[in-house]
Write a protein that binds this ligand. Structure first.
Ligand code: VTB
Length: 334
């Protein structure tokens, strides 16, 4: 029996097991220089661990296509089939380059929402995004100039403009955005990858040092972040950002309106979304995986939007004992 007809509280805990398994597998590849091996290991761990989760899921969001990385196929059924019908979103590693290079802030991340709740767009790999925390809810307008957004965010959060920090992916496409932020007088934190963690930390009161994520990043990452922001009470807007004429044509064929502003509720409908992430390498968001003689330690975050609960979970995994358990196999290096 589920609580008030919701997807069920236990599901959130089950999902943490999935990201823990993926993070432990991926952690074996930290610094290896081999992005694809890390991604393949994490993907296999997600797949193995999901087989034990009580849900009847369909994968609707799966990161990997734009980078031609190993991935869980979109459309694949996940879970053991004995549970609620859900949409499933996954990025076994957000930050494969970070993992391969041993740099901070790589995470493993999954999200679940009611069936049909997640925004899907198979053809367009990127979105323009703006994401903030609860205090700045209602302050953002993705079509407004950067300065206007920052002025309103400053007012809503009762901060001075020069104290605001904007998280931006370090890409040439963001040169003019960075210039506009500087002209407005706010500060910038550049990240080399991992804009799911960027958006989520911008919305967490545990991270008052970052106020807003702006810029163009992956479409799957936008929906994953939206599932967390729902539970955090934050706000987000996004717009599809085609890279080339091919994507523009695909959008036209699908009748996608490229001018449409996707709100948080468009990105993930309803109030029953779950988000789980585990750190692979240590960063501001989460601690990474560390190994003992026969153990691994992980730190995860779990967010459930129905209750607005955010849990940090520190876990010590006994690798020796896990080897003997059916689900434990998911945690072991493949
Ligand atoms: C971001 C980031 C990812 O892709 O979405 C980014 O969160 C956007 O694409 O970690 P580009 O790298 O092509 O700019 C990643 O860096 C990798 O998927």
């Amino acid at each position: 029996m589920t609580e008030n007809g919701s997807l069920g509280r236990n599901l959130a805990m089950e999902l943490v097991r999935v990201t823990e398994a993926a993070a432990i597998r991926a952690a074996r590849w930290v610094g290896s220089g081999d992005k694809n091996a890390a991604d393949a290991g994490a993907r296999d761990a997600v797949r193995d661990a999901l087989a034990f989760v009580d849900m009847d899921g369909v994968t609707v969001i799966s990161e990997g296509e734009k980078d031609q990385a190993p991935m869980i196929p979109v459309g694949s059924h996940v879970g053991n089939g004995n549970g609620p019908q859900v949409d499933f979103a996954v990025d076994p590693i957000d930050g494969t380059t970070l993992t391969a290079r041993g740099l901070p802030n790589a995470i493993s991340v999954v999200a679940v929402a009611e069936r049909g709740a997640m925004f899907t767009c198979a053809h367009i790999a990127y979105m323009e995004k703006i994401a903030v925390g609860p205090q700045a809810k209602g302050a953002i307008d993705i079509n407004a100039p950067v300065k206007d957004n920052l002025t309103r965010i400053a007012r809503f959060t009762e901060k001075n403009m020069e104290d605001l920090t904007v998280v931006i992916l370090d890409r040439p496409r963001h040169e003019s955005l960075m210039e506009e932020v500087r002209m407005a007088g706010a500060r910038i934190k550049l990240i080399s990858d991992g804009d799911v963690a960027g958006a989520v930390t911008a919305a967490m009161e545990e991270h008052p040092g970052v106020d807003v994520l702006m810029g163009i990043g992956g479409t799957p990452e936008a929906v994953l972040a939206a599932c967390a922001l729902k539970g955090l009470g934050g706000d987000m807007q996004a717009k599809l950002w085609p890279r080339n004429d091919e994507e523009r044509t695909a959008a036209a064929e699908d009748n996608l309106d490229l001018e449409r502003v996707l709100t948080l509720d468009d990105l993930v409908q309803g109030d029953d979304a779950y988000f789980a992430a585990t750190g692979i390498t240590s960063g501001e968001f989460l601690n990474g995986v560390s190994f003992g003689p026969n153990s691994a330690r992980t730190q995860s975050v779990m967010i459930r939007s129905r209750s607005g609960t955010l849990r940090f979970i520190e876990t010590r995994h006994n690798i020796g004992l896990k080897r003997q358990l059916p689900m434990g196999q998911a945690y072991l290096p493949g």
